[in-house]
Design a protein around this ligand. Structure first.
Ligand code: KIV
Length: 263
């Protein structure tokens, strides 16, 4: 059995020029499959609010729901690092609130790290968590918990001033001790510049090919969401259709009185 991947392995991969592959997962069975596939980390993203719970955006995901799904993923994972995503308003109030809630991802759910989106106190919060033993991955660019401020799923960092701000935030997260930074929906050249300007790994989603790694939402990779096909996602399967067809075959066999087990 391989050792569990740690923040040191992340940094070593980045230093050696090896790319880091991260995918989301939200339950035991999927965690077993993606872990066996060799991902470096599994992000239990608050995207589960849409993919698993059918809600409109990430805002209403609760800490209890995130911990519940994270614990299931941890049970199904042998090697990958499990990163729990801190939901909206569970860290923005400040370091103490963040430590209490981030701590629960490690103590109750068994994750190795947490991810939090950029907010005005993100570097202060990150430093406090890291100093207290909670590894933190930052998240810059299109941060879904701020969808109401952004007014939709829009690319960020398009003009000079906002690109410069992203670079400043990335450096602040690095200085605060973050072990990596997700860069979401930003121009590829800006992501490349940030990647070349910080020593910690950058993990892109809709941020071009030059980040130190990539993260994808599992339901997008597998084609599980029939009505949602983000431009930055690559579907390797059309699993919604495959499941529909398999179950439809079962339904018709049962209806026709022809259902029997093989052999
Ligand atoms: O919640 C999530 O799945 C995420 C990824 C898209 C980075 O934050």
């Amino acid at each position: 059995m391989n050792e569990k991947i740690t923040v040191l392995d992340f940094q070593a991969k980045c230093d050696n020029g090896e790319k880091i592959a991260i995918v989301t997962a939200y339950d035991y069975a999927m965690a077993m499959a993606v872990d066996a596939a060799g991902v470096d980390a599994i992000l239990v993203g608050d995207s589960l609010n849409m993919t698993m719970l059918g809600r409109e955006n990430t805002l209403s995901a609760t800490l209890d729901e995130m911990l519940h799904h994270t614990a299931a993923v941890v049970k199904g994972t042998k090697n990958a690092m499990v990163i729990g995503d801190m939901p909206f308003l569970t860290y923005q109030l400040g370091p103490e609130q963040a430590l209490e809630n981030a701590g629960a991802f490690l103590t109750e759910a068994g994750a190795q790290a947490v991810k939090l989106e950029w907010c005005p106190r993100a570097s202060e919060i990150t430093q406090f968590l890291v100093e207290n033993g909670v590894p933190v991955m930052g998240h810059l660019g299109f941060t879904p918990q701020q969808i109401n401020r952004f007014g939709g799923y829009h690319q960020q960092g398009k003009d000079k001033a906002s690109a410069a701000l992203l670079l400043k935030e990335a450096k602040a997260l690095e200085a605060a001790g973050a072990f990596g930074i997700v860069l979401e929906l930003i121009p590829a050249d800006i992501a490349k510049k940030i990647t070349n300007s910080v020593s910690i790994p950058t993990i892109g989603i809709g941020a071009g090919p030059d980040c130190d790694g990539q993260v994808q939402v599992l339901h997008d990779l597998l084609g599980l969401m029939p009505d949602f096909h983000p431009k930055h996602a690559k579907a390797y399967l059309q699993l919604h259709e495959s499941i529909r067809d398999a179950v439809a075959q079962y339904v018709s066999e049962v209806a026709a009185g022809q259902f029997k087990l093989k052999g």
